[in-house]
Ligand binder design. Structure first.
Ligand SMILES: CC(C)(COP(=O)(O)OP(=O)(O)OC[C@H]1O[C@@H](n2cnc3c(N)ncnc32)[C@H](O)[C@@H]1OP(=O)(O)O)[C@@H](O)C(=O)NCCC(=O)NCCSC(=O)C[C@](C)(O)C(=O)O
Ligand SMILES: [Mg+2]
Length: 389
């Protein structure tokens, strides 16, 4: 364990100084592409400006015999593409115990280190994994003469990583954020699912047996409502706390049922409401869903402004639309307003929406009613409540 006094010292002579704060750049969707897949790679330049993050994936989902092609493809794309002001370039390197990761890091930092914003590290088990990457990145940055440090993002996909999540989040000033890796995590935990993220119809609670049924009707086998539960609630909530306590950013991960855009939106929204700032998008169809979900609704922004105005100096309590507002509800509203400001700075459409233009149908929001809504969930379509009976 390093002395706290040394926490912000570069780990190699000549490496850039670590950042003190995670840069406040939108990252609502981390869009995955396989740089060895020519059709997919060809779409990347056209996606600049439409997604917050483009991530060249080198790990799982890239076949073993395409690993080198993927690495080379990413170098080529990074060199040939202007990512503009609003789209970041990230990569997911191979796992630290794989035969590819050393070449991944060495090649990418050396060749495109000045373009690469974040390196995502899969299957992180504990802070020691981050320390290893931290030192190696510093050495490579120093050798390449980089002036800006590359940040690190961990994927939470082992039980041990989960148990160490707070230590991982605080392991280095390079830590930018953490994502949930539901498929590997499920396997490592020996959960009995076979999906990539999302819920499961078997994970439910059932209404109590009804009373007052007629003679001879069995209350146990009678019709009883069931409610599907969120398999990921504990994990995401714990990840959010670990990230918040260390000033880094939490993300949902992949939703593998590409066709089920409704359940995908529900899963993304659960993560957004719990504190995540973004998600992964695996297919272009998920991009607009992520944008809609991880941008606060116009109603929430308008409500937050009204609370801020009504609260004056920010202390005390007031009644607004029959609800008590106080210092703590104001703080929640300020979270929404800060996010809205940050997103508006990059996106004139959102800026117009938040400035009071009428919310478009595409934004998934409804025109303001007499009651201001309290959460982003209130703007969710009424037919997608995620309950079953
Ligand atoms: C799902 C797949 C196979 C369907 O691919 P498809 O070709 O069958 O889909 P499509 O609907 O036919 O595609 C239509 C068009 O979109 C293109 N396209 C399709 N996807 C993309 C994309 N991402 N970016 C840009 N373009 C894309 C595709 O090439 C095609 O182009 P075309 O019209 O010219 O023919 C494909 O979308 C894909 O491979 N996506 C990325 C998958 C991936 O990265 N997986 C790894 C992350 S999840 C994970 O690792 C788990 C985790 C965290 O580790 C853990 O939980 O443990
Ligand atoms: Mg995985």
């Amino acid at each position: 364990m390093r002395s706290p006094k040394d926490f912000f010292a570069p780990l190699a002579v000549g490496a850039p100084a670590p950042v003190r704060e995670v840069p406040a750049r939108p990252s609502r969707m981390i869009h995955f592409f396989d740089p060895s897949n020519e059709k997919m790679a060809a779409k990347v330049p056209g996606m600049v400006g439409t997604v917050d993050v483009l991530l060249g994936n080198l790990e799982d989902a890239v076949k073993a015999d395409r690993k080198e092609a993927a690495r080379e493809g990413l170098v080529r794309i990074a060199k040939d593409t202007d990512f503009g002001e609003h789209t970041q370039l990230w990569t997911r390197v191979n796992a630290l115990d794989s035969p590819w990761v050393l070449d991944d890091l060495t090649t990418l930092v050396t060749e495109i280190g000045d373009t690469l914003d974040v390196v995502m590290v899969p299957k992180v088990q504990g802070p020691e994994d981050i320390h290893y990457v931290d030192r190696l990145l510093a050495q490579l940055e120093a050798r390449a003469g980089l002036t800006r440090p590359i940040l690190v993002h961990a994927i939470l996909e082992t039980a041990r990583g989960m148990a160490n999540v707070e230590a991982i989040a605080g392991a280095s000033p390079r830590m930018q954020g953490i994502s949930l890796g539901p498929a590997d995590l499920a396997a490592d935990r020996r959960m009995k699912t076979t999906r990539v993220g999302g819920g499961h119809p078997g994970y439910l609670v059932r209404q109590d047996p009804p009373t007052g049924l007629g003679e001879g009707v069995d209350p146990i086998t009678a019709d009883r409502a069931t409610y599907q539960q969120d398999l990921w609630h504990y994990t995401i909530a714990r990840m959010v706390d670990a990230c918040a306590m260390h000033g880094i950013l939490p993300y949902y991960g992949p939703f593998g049922d590409i066709k089920d855009v409704v359940a995908c939106e529900d899963q993304f929204r659960n993560a957004f409401l719990l504190g995540c700032v973004g998600t992964w998008t695996l297919h272009p169809v998920q991009v607009d869903i992520a944008k809609r979900v991880f941008s606060p609704s116009a109603e929430d922004v308008a409500h937050a402004r009204r609370v801020k105005e009504a609260m004056g100096d920010g202390t005390g309590a007031v009644m607004l639309d029959g609800k008590m507002e106080d210092d703590a509800s104001l703080k929640q509203c300020l979270v929404i307003l800060e996010l809205a400001d940050r997103l508006s700075a990059n996106d004139p459409e959102l800026a117009a929406l938040y400035a009071g233009g009428s919310p478009s149908e595409e934004s998934g929001t409804e025109a303001s009613g007499t009651e201001a809504s309290g959460t982003a969930a209130d703007s969710k379509p009424a037919d997608s409540k995620g309950e079953e009976s």
